[in-house]
Design a protein around this ligand. Structure first.
Ligand code: ZN
Length: 133
C-alpha cells in the first residue's frame, strides 16, 4: 500500500457560508461543490488547489463527529485524506501492521468515494483517511 497523493485536507468549520466566503474571497479559490453527507452528519464544500482538494466540513448535528470535534478543539484542520488504489485493501494492510481502525471496511463518502478512517491513536494524532474511486 502506497498512497498516490493527498486527495484532500478536511477542515472543520463552524459556519460553512462564512468559510466558503473566506476561501473564495481571500484565498481566491472557487467552491465547485456543496454536498450533505447524512451518514456523517456534515455538510461539505469542496475547492481544488492543483490536484489536492480542500474539504470544508460543517456539522449538521452537535452529536456528530464534526460537532464533537468543534466543541472539543474548535474549528481547524480535521483530517488528511490519502488517495489509494483500493481503500478496503489499504485498511486491511495497515490493520495487519497493528494500526487501529475507525472503519473496518470502507463506506461511501462525499463525491461517491470509498472512504475509511484510521484511528488517530495509531497515527500519532493525525486523523487519516484513505479514499479510492
Ligand atoms: Zn475527508
Amino acid at each position: 500500500m502506497k498512497p498516490t497523493h493527498i486527495e484532500h485536507i478536511g477542515i472543520a468549520v463552524a459556519n460553512l457560508d462564512e468559510a466558503i466566503k473566506y476561501w473564495e474571497e481571500v484565498m481566491g479559490l472557487t467552491c465547485y461543490a456543496v454536498e450533505e453527507v447524512v451518514d456523517q452528519k456534515v455538510k461539505t464544500a469542496f475547492f481544488k488547489v492543483g490536484e489536492v482538494k480542500i474539504e470544508l466540513l460543517e456539522s449538521t448535528d452537535p452529536e456528530g463527529p464534526i460537532g464533537k470535534f468543534i466543541e472539543k478543539k474548535g474549528a481547524g484542520v480535521h483530517h488528511i485524506a490519502f488517495a489509494v488504489e483500493n481503500a478496503d485493501t489499504a485498511l486491511v494492510e495497515v490493520a495487519e501492521k497493528g494500526v487501529l481502525l475507525i472503519d473496518q471496511k470502507s463506506r461511501k463518502g462525499a463525491e461517491k468515494m470509498n472512504i475509511g478512517f484510521l484511528h488517530p491513536k495509531s497515527t500519532m494524532g493525525v486523523l487519516t483517511e484513505f479514499c479510492s474511486k
